[in-house]
Design a protein around this ligand. Sequence first.
Ligand SMILES: [Zn+2]
Ligand SMILES: [Zn+2]
Length: 159
Amino acid sequence: MRKNNSNNIQKKEKKDGFECLSCKKWVVFSPFMGTRHRNHCPYCLMTRHLDLEKSGDRKAKCKGEMKPIGLTFKKEGKDKYGKEREGELMIIHECLACNKISINRIAGDDDAEMILKLFDSSKKLSKEKIEELKREGVDIILDKKEEIKNQLFGKPQTP
Ligand SMILES: [Zn+2]
Ligand SMILES: [Zn+2]
């Protein structure tokens, strides 16, 4: 006779997930997420200031809420023409408590519509904020919506 282990699964999910502080949805860690260090909520894209030096170190004392403020492309260096190569789409988060900026990978189960909404709202950022990001070495994407869509939804099929 097979044992019913649904209880175990529930327990495991409790251990392998977290409740989003912002939208209160339960976020389950799963191998389908495409990134090992799931650190933001796939529904509202909020995260917490937990990492100090690098992603996943969990050494920050701040623990503040971090709000997504825009998108950037991962820097992949320059191509042979000296043009900046554009890599993966990344989310820019800003800590509401200490203003730290961090760049995070988009996970496989992130809500693509939310990411597109984030892009639209990022156009309302002040010039000062955009300059501040630049000084931190972060080039926020303010145009190229097509490229963003391609990364989120896949390139449209051309016959
Ligand atoms: Zn959330
Ligand atoms: Zn902080």
